[in-house]
Design a protein around this ligand. Structure first.
Ligand SMILES: O=C1O[C@H](COP(=O)(O)O)[C@@H](O)[C@H](O)[C@H]1O
Length: 323
């Protein structure tokens, strides 16, 4: 695709600058929409990347005709159903681009949280025309709702997945992609990421929820496993009940790899907009339970998902087949 990625920062895992100074470095360096390569010694959490645009052809950008949208009574929860996964991807691109425009207009920045897994492929249309050129990528700040404790170039890395499938195709400033520090232990990486978020909240890059006091990301783009897990919050695991921490770690994930870090529910549910994107028949049963249409012996994490402004479930026909 002619897409070039250059690792730009000098990683400083052993002797990082203080977070506040590394943050200053990155925020100031990211004021230009195409940030130059940075060769400062910065905390690895503020990894700097450089992206080169690619050209793609994309016809018939919006065809959400098969969408059946239903707002659930009395809740800020919507379900949008589509015939195919392709239509989900088309709709998700427009939905995300529209929210980007809204938040850039309202607050001059757009804070977007990515998950790993199938979500990244579902974002593919956003890196194509018309959005590739119409979205103000310079205002995007990108975070991860969960990450595996592996090196960033490891096949299991959610960062690598997003980089290869989406981030390397759009010109988001290098200092605004907040990868997790892959040189730290699970506990260390979770603490480091939470500290990073706190600095960005202080600077109002990330908003704060007036209701909960937790960070209020503009949009989280989430996926759900067939077992009903989201982020790295798994059914029956005590982390599902965490009430205080923003970011925590799990060392016994039932889905490999076992060590991960994850946002907690107070942070996830404080997001302005949460988009849960689910496709495929293998998830139909969990979708049914998560949306309260069937019972399960234990509460699935996906059942606990909400949002401050609006939660939308984007489903293809297969995922919605038990509803
Ligand atoms: O392990 C993970 O799984 C979930 C779901 O992945 P999917 O491939 O079934 O969509 C994902 O959302 C999460 O970020 C990831 O770490």
């Amino acid at each position: 695709m002619g897409c070039a990625l250059r690792m730009a920062s000098s990683m400083c895992a052993t002797t990082p600058l203080s977070l506040s100074s590394s943050l200053r470095t990155n925020l100031s360096s990211s004021r230009t929409s195409r940030a130059p390569l940075i060769s400062l010694r910065v905390s690895p959490i503020f990894q700097a990347l450089s992206f080169q645009s690619v050209r793609t052809n994309f016809k018939n950008p919006i065809s959400a005709s098969a969408s059946a949208s239903a707002r659930m009574a009395g809740q800020n929860k919507k379900i949008e159903k589509f015939e195919t996964e392709e239509e989900v991807a088309v709709r998700l691109a427009k939905y995300t681009a529209d929210l980007s425009a809204k938040f850039v207009k309202e607050r001059g920045a757009f804070t977007v949280v990515l998950s790993g897994g199938s979500l990244i492929d579902a974002l593919r249309k956003l890196a194509e025309a018309p959005y590739k050129d119409s979205v103000d990528w310079s205002k995007w700040h990108v975070f991860w709702v969960d990450e595996r404790v592996v090196k960033r170039d490891h096949v299991d890395s959610n960062y690598k997945l997003a980089l290869d499938g989406f981030l390397s195709k759009v010109p988001i400033p290098t200092g605004q992609v907040y990868a997790i520090n892959d040189a730290l232990s699970a506990e260390g990486a979770a603490d480091d990421y939470e500290t990073c978020l706190k600095h960005l909240v202080q600077r109002n890059v990330i908003a704060t929820s007036k209701t909960t006091g937790f960070p209020k990301f503009d949009l989280m783009l989430l996926g759900m496993g067939p077992d009903g897990h989201l982020a790295s919050l798994f059914p029956g695991h005590p982390l599902v009940n965490e009430k205080n921490k923003w970011v925590t770690c799990i060392k016994d994930s039932p889905k490999p790899p076992p060590e991960r870090i994850t946002f907690t529910f107070p942070v996830i549910n404080s997001a302005a907009y949460n988009a849960m994107v689910v496709t495929g028949e293998g998830k139909a049963s969990a979708v049914c339970t998560a949306l309260g249409k069937s019972q399960h012996s234990e509460t699935l994490p996906a059942q606990l998902l909400s949002a401050e402004d609006e939660l939308t479930w984007f489903l293809d026909k297969s995922a919605a087949s038990n509803l």
